[in-house]
Design a protein around this ligand. Structure first.
Ligand code: SF4
Ligand code: SF4
Length: 233
């Protein structure tokens, strides 16, 4: 028996629809992917997740998605049991029909937020967005954070405020991930790039958690996207 969702995903999607950048960033990264498609839509690079109740919503409205089987990536074998084990119980792994069949209105929250996740301090304050560093050499947006629109940032924050007030277990997952983020940056002796919820940009010390004001133009950039910002390629 499907559970009634405390979140109306139709409304949530409607309120989280702004593109990450004003240009189609998929055109920037796809040429660098041997598969010729945007990295975040390549099941060999990223397996999308959905909240369990979001998955019920999607099943009612589209046949774009199916439960991830682990055999969707043809070029590489997936470690199915390991990935399932690593997935928090309130989430499920999905696969879509691919970018040629994408239905924009039925993208999951995980598609919409990519490459970002909510960053929380060690005293549990959701202060802004940071990116998944594992995609630094693949996702063009990560090297062009100044191109991220204010509308996307605002919608991202409002969406996760809404999700966190409903599902504490999701907040817990991001508290844990933010702790891992501090550990990662501590290990590489770098500060954490943060698109703050106040609209400004900062670098966060992974040790003291002190914020250092900067501008997104000064955030680190990564190959193959290190050409001058006036001609980012
Ligand atoms: S978000 Fe990153 S990986 Fe996804 S299409 Fe844009 S540049 Fe490519
Ligand atoms: S639903 Fe669309 S945006 Fe999401 S992974 Fe599939 S092709 Fe990419």
């Amino acid at each position: 028996m499907p559970q009634r969702s405390p979140i109306n995903f139709q409304d949530l999607y409607h309120a989280f629809d702004a593109p990450v950048t004003a240009i189609d960033c998929g055109l920037k990264c796809a040429p660098h992917n041997p598969a010729g498609i945007p990295y975040c839509c390549d099941i060999c690079c990223a397996v999308p997740v959905a909240y369990r109740l979001e998955w019920q919503h999607l099943q009612r409205h589209t046949d774009l998605w199916h439960a991830w089987q682990g055999d969707e990536c043809k070029s590489e074998e997936s470690n199915r049991s390991q990935l399932l084990e690593q997935t928090p119980p309130h989430l499920c792994l999905l696969a879509c029909k691919g970018p040629a069949h994408c239905e924009r209105e039925h993208r999951s929250v995980s598609c919409r937020q990519f490459p970002f996740y909510p960053y929380l301090t060690s005293d549990y304050r959701f202060i802004g967005l940071t990116y998944d560093w594992e995609f630094s050499n693949r996702c063009w947006v990560i090297s062009n954070l100044s191109m991220v629109t204010a509308a996307f940032r605002q919608e991202f924050v409002a969406t996760f405020d809404r999700i966190f007030e409903t599902w504490l277990e999701d907040m817990d997952s991001y508290i844990e991930l933010s702790g891992e983020t501090r550990e990662h940056y501590r290990a590489i002796h770098r500060r954490i790039p943060l698109l703050h919820r106040d609209g400004k940009d900062y670098l966060v010390s992974p040790l003291s958690e002190r914020l250092y004001r900067t501008t997104a133009e000064h955030f680190p950039r990564f190959a193959p996207y290190t050409a001058p910002l006036s001609n980012p390629e």
